[in-house]
Design a protein around this ligand. Sequence first.
Ligand code: GLC
Length: 581
Amino acid sequence: MRKLHRSLSVAWALSFFLFSPVFGQTKIQRTPQNIDSEGHQWWQHAVFYEIYPRSFADSNNDGVGDLNGIASKLDYLKDLGVDAIWITPCYPSPQVDFGYDVSDYENIDPMYGTLKDFDQLSSQAKKRGIRIIMDFVMNHTSDQHKWFLDSRSSKTSAYRNWYVWRDGKAENQPPNNWVALFGGPAWKLDPKTGQYYYHYFYPEQPDLNWRNPAIKNAMFDVTRWWYKRGVAGFRLDAVDTLYEDPKLHDNPVLGGKNRYGDPNEENKYNLKLPEIHNVLRDLRKVADENGAVLVGETWTSDLAELERYYGAHNDEIQLPMDFLFGYVNKLSPLEFRKQIAAAESVHGWPVYVISNHDIVRSYVRYGDGAHNDAIAKLMAGLYLTLRGTPILYYGEEIGMENNNPVRVEDVKDPIGKLGWPQDKGRDGERTPMQWNNSANAGFSTAKPWLPVPQSYQTHNVATETKDPNSVLQFYRHLLALRHTSRALLDGNYIPLNENDPNVLSYLRQYKDETVLVVLNMSGVEQKVSFDLTQQGLSNAKTATLLTILSTHPDQPALTGITLEPFAVYIAKVSGASKTNN
Ligand code: GLC
């Protein structure tokens, strides 16, 4: 495990208070349609927070989190600055893929509570102005879903065509060479009818047949059902997997084996088929009728792909999560600049994610083992100050680290069992939220379904709330600043000093409000200067809004700004003569 040190004695909390008089007057007026007076949608100004319900808070002490647990933490979330929570699947499920194998879309798994609990959570959240986003697993159901049980019962079942059934190519040979993402062939022989069904993920997750119009009707009705219950939108799971080539052409084989020992192949015929966009456009219509937002799990390999997910007329997914930052695993201003420029170049509203339940926690990906807390603040300083909607994974705000299993027998995630030891699965990033320094980090009095890392003793909500220099307090102050700064909410992104290999700097500019963000991504002190004449600002002065600089918290000018290792410096640029816009 990484060693954690708090090496910086920081004074940012003091400087933070400078921000209130600066933006104190900003009042962001909203109409009942959730659009502000300047046309911004609520989700453009919102901070989203991803909750993995198994791991957030356990109200009935059975070792697994639940909805009442989430409800009990709403004040914490409100205080943090969260506007919407995305709850990963909490529907009835055999839990083979921990909820991503849904056996009933219109209910709550008893382990998480009841629909009544959901309604209570929803009304409690509403009181606090927090919206709920549900996870919509569109590509597949559980093999225990009543649709699939019926479908597999006979070739003449009314539900047969709801899934993708085919004869084998020959005796004991699947219909084609497609490989499942989670290992082995993507086809499973069902002895009862002698046909194979298709599953892109685990065999327990048979793919729905989106070429059958009945699927669209049934699944769209699911969204309507939840909209009626008050949900504000959906996160669309694995959208790129919805369609398969009806002729089932073999995928091109690329040579070599993947980490599960299967042949590498290009997913030419079973991923990202153009038909997906028809579904997304229609799903968006239903969302629009209900004033809802669609967030997409959209793994894109280039900008054209990302662009397509927004829709040619911005009529598909409002918030496709592009994971551009998910691919950057080092503190590299160059890499981040490239990814921000990419997100900025598309015609839709950007989304920023640095971690989630499938990605190793940012604390580990970027941490150097000696300055992890400073680096956690630095990363917050980045993704919470960019133009776009940030999606914060639970625990990022307290510097939670991965707690990977060390023995294969402890692994819960099936891909970790299969891929061991090369791929230890995703348990490490899904461990219980760390609430305090009591046993099991205050998550539960019972043994939690996954163990908490030792670092819970220092990295937990209670301890960090008392420490003005903690990662949590930095998140709180930064989110408060973000919510009251028009420049941070809506301002243009203007990169500065683009050749600097150590310091990432940019302006956020909205009308007459300008905010400067400076992030020292290196472990050594840096001095930076900015010439903003090109940006239409001359003779500018700066006023610190938020910083973790301890030795030089006040940097009144744009020249010779001294930045400690991994420092964040956010300032209002003022007193400038604005020469253009
Ligand atoms: C998505 C989810 C992941 C799940 C998979 C299959 O990628 O984020 O956790 O295993 O879909 O549903």
